[in-house]
Design a protein around this ligand. Structure first.
Ligand code: DAT
Ligand code: MG
Length: 138
């Protein structure tokens, strides 16, 4: 069964949208296989966002992701990686389609890094790698 890593980012937790995100994942029919709230540290985030190292938004991204607690979960189901990316919507919340998490719940805040409520793995390889970072016990 396919699995993906989903994060509710600090903006989502601060705005009390954890339940909203979990509801959309569950309503779509995916199973929550693991779930935890945590404070991510720099080392963990640098590993998680390794592909973005060197980009202008990298440091703001790491700082933002450390700015408060996050909720990490593993969701499971056929084609869940693609399915959750569709539920999340595109990266830029201003233009993300209404009906998506980012399109409905986020907007441009004028910050150096885009704040868009959720992360979702983008491939089987990323999902495997990211799940092992956030849930080494699995
Ligand atoms: P996604 O989260 O949609 O997979 P990504 O992996 O390209 O997007 O980038 C990770 C996060 O970094 C993204 O959710 C928001 C932020 N980000 C991406 N591109 C950005 C940019 N050009 N300027 C500011 N923040 C950006
Ligand atoms: Mg990404």
């Amino acid at each position: 069964m396919e699995r993906t890593l989903i994060l509710v980012k600090p903006d989502g937790v601060k705005r009390n949208l954890v339940g909203e995100v979990l509801s959309r994942v569950e309503a779509k029919g995916y199973t929550i296989a693991a779930l935890k709230m945590m404070q991510a540290d720099r080392a963990l985030l640098v590993r998680h966002y390794a592909e973005h190292e060197g980009k202008p938004f990298f440091e703001p991204l790491v700082e933002f992701m450390m700015s408060g607690p996050i909720v990490a979960l593993v969701a499971e189901g056929n084609r869940v990686i693609e399915g959750f990316r569709k539920l999340a919507g595109t990266t830029d919340p201003t233009t993300a389609e209404p009906g998506t998490i980012r399109g409905d719940l986020a907007r441009d805040q004028g910050t150096k890094v885009v704040q868009n409520i959720v992360h979702g793995s983008d491939s089987v390889e990323s999902a495997t790698r990211e799940i092992s970072i956030f849930f080494p016990e699995l």
